[in-house]
Write a protein that binds this ligand. Structure first.
Ligand code: PMP
Length: 358
């Protein structure tokens, strides 16, 4: 007799994140490898965060503050919302799991887009729910298409803005119209992992206002991208007290580690670092756009720190060939890849190697 694993797991594959630099070095026996595969921060993270982390290494024998009190207070002050509306997590990845565990029962439906961040779909399936995927329209979330797919089984809607991998956005006005039309018993998760990179002013500047206006919206943000703290795993959600109270029942008692809590508080105080990465990212995107245009490659303009580009050749093949040349990117479906914007030197190396491969 063998172990009867949950039937929901049968169709699930493990999520394969961007390959680490060390693995590629070993596999291809090469020294210089750059990773533009996971939308990480090419500047690293704030020096101010580093300073405080170095001083905080003595306290690791104790469990973290399970309530993340200081982090919640720092966020509350910065965002002008009550601490009871905030819940930190070990990365937005964990929050996505916690949300699915909180609201999805077998048979429930959760609507999202195709193509978007894949964890929305896998966690929905994990809970026995059915993901309903609405194709993107012009590379962008189709909010009307989502409305048309609401049924009496719909429990959850996952929105990614800017969208990963396309980098496209839906505007504040489009979102407000959408929120008005979604029944209040459906939870809308609004994932803005890349908000700090957005340049367009029709993007919602302060999504906290959504939470104040609608009881069924949960905003999700992360310290992994613009703040450069992906390795520490820290993110948070902001929502009505009722939603937060329920997700809080599901999480592990010490889900956010001590260093992550300390680093996140310090990171919130360093706006200058955010400005530097914003400017570098913009410069990098403009350079990459010019290069892609010269190479006649199709791409939607991105409001994030990554670009979705049609390389006109099997993406898997391009992925392997680039790796051999020391560049890790993310192959998507067909002939599309996603590349993260790096330092200018990394961007130039990527283009040089891409030209060799195409
Ligand atoms: N949401 C989106 C849209 C993402 O792109 C990512 C990271 N790739 C996450 C959530 C997860 O981020 P974290 O590192 O905070 O778990």
């Amino acid at each position: 007799m063998s172990i009867a694993f949950r039937k929901e797991l049968r169709d699930l594959k493990p999520y394969v994140p961007g390959k680490p630099i060390e693995s590629v070095m070993k596999e291809f026996g090469i020294k210089n490898v750059i990773k533009l595969a996971s939308n990480e921060n090419p500047l690293g993270f704030s020096e101010k965060v580093k300073e405080i982390l170095m001083k905080s290494l003595d306290n690791l024998a104790l469990y973290p503050d399970g309530n993340a009190t200081n982090l919640k207070e720092a966020l509350s002050e910065k965002l002008d919302i009550d601490v009871d509306n905030i819940l930190p997590s070990s990365g937005a990845d964990e929050m996505i799991d916690l949300i699915a565990k909180t609201v999805i029962s077998p048979g429930d439906e959760a609507i999202t887009a195709d193509i978007t961040f894949p964890r929305y779909i896998s966690t929905t399936k994990m809970m026995g729910g059915t993901p309903i995927v609405v194709p993107l329209k012009n590379f962008t979330f189709d909010l009307n298409g989502i409305l048309n797919n609401i049924t009496n089984r719909t429990k959850l809607i996952w929105i990614c803005n800017p969208n990963n991998p396309t980098g496209t956005i839906v505007t504040e006005k489009e979102l407000m119209d959408f929120f008005e039309k979604v029944p209040e018993n459906i939870l809308i998760v609004y994932d803005e992992a890349y908000r700090e990179y957005v340049t367009r002013d029709d993007y919602p500047k302060n999504s906290i206002e959504f939470v104040k206006k609608y009881p069924n919206i949960l905003v999700m943000r992360t310290f992994s991208k613009a703040y450069g703290l992906a390795g520490l795993r820290v993110a948070y959600a902001i929502g009505s007290k009722k939603i937060i109270e329920n997700i809080n029942k599901v999480r592990g008692p010490f889900n956010v580690n001590s260093l992550a809590q300390i680093a996140a508080i310090a990171a919130l105080k360093d706006d200058e670092f955010l400005e530097r990465i914003y400017n570098l990212n913009l410069e990098g995107k403009n350079y990459l756009y010019d290069q892609f245009k010269n190479m006649n490659l199709e791409f939607p303009p991105s409001e994030a720190n990554h670009i979705y580009v049609n390389v006109g050749k099997d993406a898997q093949e391009v992925f392997v060939e680039l790796q051999k040349r020391g560049v890790i990117i993310r192959p998507m479906g067909g002939t599309w890849i996603r590349v993260s914007v790096g330092t200018m030197e990394e961007n130039r190396t990527f283009i040089e190697k891409l030209k060799e491969v195409l």
